[in-house]
Design a binder for this molecule. Sequence first.
Ligand SMILES: N[C@@H](CCC(=O)NCCCC(=O)O)C(=O)O
Length: 252
Amino acid sequence: MTKPLVLVTADVKSIEGYNWHAATSTYLQAVVKGSDAIPMILPSLGADLDLDAALDQVDGVLATGSRSNVNPELYGEAPTEENGPYDPARDSTTLPLLKRAVERGIPVFAICRGMQELNVALGGTLHTEIQDLEGRNDHRAPTSDQQDERFRIAHPVEVSSGGCLAAVLGEEPFEVNSLHRQAVGVLGNALTAEAVAEDGTIEAASIRDSAGYVLATQWHPEYWVMTDGPSKRLFEAFGDAVRAYRVKRLGL
Ligand SMILES: N[C@@H](CCC(=O)NCCCC(=O)O)C(=O)O
């Protein structure tokens, strides 16, 4: 059986005087080794891309994390120097991509920035710089030049009962990593919180009655996909969803 194809979102980075459209290897490897699917980076070319034509040919979308933030103008707030950096090319591609994938019932797995993009794409808002908000913990990455330390397990999350996340991981609390300054404010249309941190930060969301699989996590299951049980199971569940979609898409 041919393997499912998964679009992976891209950041736009300026390197050696060129604009590169890039995704980190951790997401690509997680699609291959965790979901047994084929990752294909979708360049962040915005309105120049025929998104429906791209979505016609794939079986899922993985929206990746990024140090850049969704531009607050997209949810009715003002951008600031401190809240950057921003990536307008990525915003102009990933938000319509996610909205269209959800409308078409194409499986979506959205991670960190990807969860925030999904939420804004569906009409929700974000809290910016949550570490400065009353009652919120600091969810930023540990200061280190070692990636394993930056992505280390950081805090527990409580799983909402009876939801999509509980269906994959069960309802017991578990530990996640944490590398973010933003978080979901008002949930977007049809999104339901699936996990929360002890300070109330929404850590996962889904569309429970979606035609397709739609799950978003604020933490990074891609990083420890081969060694952490919940991370592995999340990518396996995404793999099952994209394989099922492929059978339907191709009439197999
Ligand atoms: N920029 C947003 C989204 C956070 C995110 O995707 N983090 C991944 C970055 C990985 C790294 O720091 O290397 C926010 O800060 O909330």
